[in-house]
Design a binder for this molecule. Structure first.
Ligand code: AMP
Length: 580
């Protein structure tokens, strides 16, 4: 039986490109926590209302179409960059918008348990870089969590899946979400779940599928290029393409039909056509799969299951590709929208040493190679610079700490520059620069060659610390220097995080208890913009009546008007050739 005084110490959060979910470990299993609308999926969309209050979730998502200038979505793609997103009169960084989503989930947790929970496990794509991870953690802190740990999304999916799995199995998690793609291969042996290899593409997701479809619609319906500058048209087009794509996950054929400023789109689309249209995306999915299989040193036949995660894995052509690549049907035992959040809740349970999980241990890996730039002596008088010296090779089990020694290349050298990179390329110019610093070389006797020991420490959150110590022979000969990330406009300092926490606390949030009403109005307004002029009357009337009754503050009258509005919405959606 459930304990009504239960309050989780830690919550698990899937902070998705498209949707976010929050869950906890309760009564020996992961449990999803519903939002103010009673739903477990909260769209990762933020909108500013006409009265200046901020809306998160379904109501904001509906306003993407009716109020595109006051609404932003898919901001996870900007995490760890200095990109600003415009929202009405103000601009926000991706981590601030993410913080608003997290804050709203935190309020849902408070509503469910009557208390704030201050510790969170937040999932990130395995392929997220150091800057993107730092940004995610900052988003958690800005949202008011005091302790934030990170967990790779495919690892989370595996944790949820592995709960019901038998020992001695190897499985692959194929996690294709709204903006990112990750593949992980995991092994479960004697209660230990080990990530064997991870690969991915952090700029590939359902948004790219939508982009392919949008291009196809523009060409097939012979729409003028000038429409690409029409924000309202673009929002409408992308919503239509997204719902057509979703409709096809059950197979068959669907239509994309709408009008805009005298232009008519009326196209039918089959799964086979969709497969051809999104071929470039399907091609890009192959590469990380091959890399992961190679790195894990296993054969496709050794996989006991292929687990799907992320909304885009529902695409029929993606499922077909998976079946072809692995020679088996993907496992459908868990809902791909929920599996990452459920896994985050398992991790939350592991953090508080839940008894039901006492037999479980989880180990993860670092998804990319980390190292520093070095020079190489090509011949007696030729030196070449900018080679990547790997200190932590990709797929090293984490947490990990490795030290490597670097000697000066010239005898008269007084310092060594430590330039830190991430990536697999041979030359550092083709990898991602993480930051740099220098260490002065100690002066010693002729027989004591000065050098520098560079230590890379990669923690369980996937965050890197670099320390360099000047050495003479076996002994330290000076204070260790630490990496200070230099591309600072991309990262917030701890003071900036504090400032933004305060700034966000001052923003007016739409009251949670009125969210249901607000979401209903947003849905009605979105539908209104889609209807033709003669269809609008009835809906417009029902909206006005509902708004009037809201002012009455009489709950019985409000409920009746809401029911009436819902009925009209249902009728309009059923009548409209456009669908919902
Ligand atoms: P996630 O980031 O895991 O929430 O995944 C969201 C992505 O999944 C978005 O690009 C959605 O358009 C896509 N998606 C959700 N449901 C479906 C579906 N039934 N068929 C195809 N794509 C879907």
């Amino acid at each position: 039986m459930s304990d009504s005084s239960f309050v989780p110490a830690v919550v698990g959060i899937d902070l998705g490109t498209t949707n976010s979910l929050v869950a906890c470990w309760q009564d020996g299993r992961p449990r999803l926590i519903p939002n103010a609308l009673g739903q477990t999926l909260t769209p990762s969309v933020v909108s500013v209302d006409d009265d200046g209050s901020y809306l998160i979730g379904a109501a904001a998502k509906d306003r993407l179409q009716s109020h595109p200038e006051q609404t932003v979505a898919s901001f996870k793609r900007g995490m760890g960059t200095a990109t600003m997103f415009r929202l009405g009169q103000r601009s926000f960084r991706a981590e601030e918008l993410s913080a608003l989503v997290l804050k709203s989930l935190r309020a849902d947790v408070r509503a469910a348990f009557g208390q704030d929970v201050n510790r969170a496990v937040i999932t990130v794509p395995a392929y997220f870089s150091d800057a993107q991870r730092t940004a995610t953690r900052n988003a958690g802190l800005i949202a008011g969590f005091t302790e934030v740990s990170l967990l790779n999304e495919p690892t989370a999916a595996a944790l949820a899946y592995g709960l019901n799995e038998h020992d001695d199995s190897q499985f692959l998690v194929f996690d294709f979400g709204g903006g990112t793609f990750d593949v992980s291969i995991l092994e479960l042996f004697a209660g230990v779940m080990e990530v064997r290899a991870t690969a991915g593409d952090n700029q590939l997701g359902g948004d790219d599928v939508d982009a392919c479809l949008e291009r196809w619609v523009m060409e097939s319906a012979r729409l003028p290029e000038s429409l690409r500058r029409d924000e309202r048209f673009l929002t409408k087009l992308s919503a239509r393409c997204e719902s057509a794509k979703r409709a096809l996950s059950a197979g068959g054929t669907t239509t994309i039909a709408f009008q805009h400023d005298g232009h008519t789109v009326d196209l039918s689309l089959s799964v086979d056509q969709l497969e051809r249209i999104i071929q470039p995306v399907l091609e890009r999915l192959r590469h990380p799969v091959e890399t992961a299989i190679r790195d894990a040193r296993i054969g496709v036949k050794d996989l006991s299951a292929v687990v799907l995660a992320g909304g885009s894995s529902r695409l029929m052509p993606v499922r077909q590709l998976v079946t072809r690549l692995f020679g088996q049907f993907p496992s459908a035992s868990l809902n791909p929208d929920e599996v990452v959040a459920l896994g985050a809740a398992v991790q939350a349970g592991l953090k508080v040493n839940a008894v039901e999980l006492s037999e479980r241990v989880m180990t993860d890996v670092c998804p990319y190679t980390l190292g520093i730039a070095t020079s190489q002596q090509l011949s007696a008088d030729r030196m070449s610079h900018g080679f990547m010296a790997a200190i932590l090779p990709r797929n090293t089990v984490i947490p990990a700490s490795r030290v490597q020694s670097f000697a000066p290349v010239r005898p008269d050298q007084t310092r060594i520059d430590v330039r830190v990179y991430q990536g697999e390329a041979r030359m550092v110019r083709d990898n991602i620069a993480l930051g740099s610093f220098h260490v002065d070389l100690p002066r010693g006797r002729a027989d004591e060659a000065p050098h520098v020991n560079v230590r890379f420490t990669y923690d369980v959150d996937g965050l890197l610390e670099v320390e360099a110590t000047p050495m003479l022979g076996q002994d330290a000969a000076g204070k260790p220097q630490r990496l200070v990330i230099q591309n600072s406009e991309e990262r917030l300092s701890p003071e900036q995080v504090r400032e933004r926490l305060q700034a966000l606390a001052a923003l007016k949030m739409h009251p949670r208890e009125r969210m249901e009403v607000r979401a209903l109005l947003a849905r009605a307004e979105r539908l209104f913009t889609q209807l033709s002029l003669d269809e609008r009357d009835r809906l417009g009337h029902a909206i006005t009546r509902f708004e009037l009754e809201l002012e009455s503050q009489d709950q019985t009258r409000i409920d009746a008007a809401a029911e009436q509005l819902r009925r009209v919405i249902r009728d309009c959606e059923a009548d409209s050739p456009l669908g919902a």
